[in-house]
Write a protein that binds this ligand. Structure first.
Ligand SMILES: [Zn+2]
Ligand SMILES: [Zn+2]
Length: 296
């Protein structure tokens, strides 16, 4: 396929129509790469732009500012442009080891290696965080009073982020009787949807990480938790974390914790590292972004 076609596919899969002559997937084309530390505008500061695409991976620029006024959050921090890029695999690779990102590891034991930074992005380019605040307490319980109407707020560097599903209409809207729309993509290149599965019913077959396959989307994907219960987004990442994902903190933490974090090894797409029993699973995970497009 041509680059433009692939770009359009990605744009469509991320939920927004793409102008043929632009690499902007969604958002405000008037905003360039983002001046780094300047505050997000009260209007539309959203930019999601495909910056590179190969047969095996794609890199996306995120401004980190939402398509609405983020200044109603009540932390002392100022939501600011982030100028981030992240690289994802076209074909996610399920790992033999889950990477626990939040407060709890296997069996609800305390997780000693929380990922206290971005673990994914919404389709609107907003950082997704785990379920912990800086004191390893439940971020939703302890910090919800600082959220704006979209359940977003900013941390010390000005990164505006979600710990949970956003408010209705902030990134997507559920439709009665239907599977929730795409919410974002995690750093293991696996997509995350809203809380509702097939036929608009909360899924009952989610694995420990919060993922499954279903009839609507027959590839491995995550769901936000139903009714805003912990861990809100995902407990763990089932896919390997692409080492060049553009977030040095996540990359370095994972590289330094090889026993507990599933960093992608070897040449992309790394299917040789796939455990035998997961091959079927992997096949179902193939091209989730493109598969979603084909089903629209
Ligand atoms: Zn937070
Ligand atoms: Zn589902």
């Amino acid at each position: 396929m041509s680059l433009l076609t692939a770009t359009q596919i990605l744009g469509l899969a991320l939920g927004i129509l793409l102008l043929p002559s632009s690499f902007i997937i969604s958002g405000n084309a008037q905003i360039p790469s983002g001046p780094g530390t300047s505050r997000c505008p009260k209007g539309n500061g959203q930019v999601v732009r495909l910056s590179n695409l190969t047969a095996t991976e794609y890199t996306v620029f995120f401004s980190g500012c939402p398509p609405y006024d983020p200044t109603n959050q009540t932390t002392p921090n100022i939501p600011s442009f982030q100028n981030k890029t992240a690289t994802f695999r076209v074909n996610p690779v399920i790992s033999a080891n889950a990477t626990y990102v939040g407060r709890f590891a296997k069996g609800n034991t305390t997780n000693p290696v929380l990922i206290m930074s971005t673990i994914g992005y919404s389709v609107t380019g907003i950082a997704l965080f785990n379920d912990a605040n800086a004191q390893s307490q439940d971020a939703y319980v302890m910090e919800a009073h600082t959220f704006d109407g979209c359940r977003g707020h900013a941390e010390q560097t000005g990164t505006y982020h979600f710990h949970s599903e956003p408010g209705p209409g902030c990134v997507y809207n559920d439709t009665a009787g239907k599977h929730s729309p795409l919410f974002g993509i995690m750093f293991d290149s696996i997509p995350i949807y809203g809380a509702l599965g097939d036929n608009g019913v909360a899924p009952k077959d989610l694995d420990e990480c919060g993922g499954h396959t279903d009839s609507t989307y027959p590839f491995y994907h995550y769901h936000t938790t139903y009714n805003l219960t912990a861990p809100y987004l995902v407990k763990c990442l089932r896919g390997c974390i692409f080492n060049a994902n553009g977030n040095p903190e996540v990359r370095d933490r994972m590289a330094s914790k090889p026993a507990s974090c599933a960093v992608c090894q070897g040449p992309s797409p790394g299917q040789k590292s796939q455990p035998r029993q997961k091959r079927h699973h992997l096949h179902q995970s193939r091209n989730p972004v493109q598969l979603q497009l084909l089903r629209q």
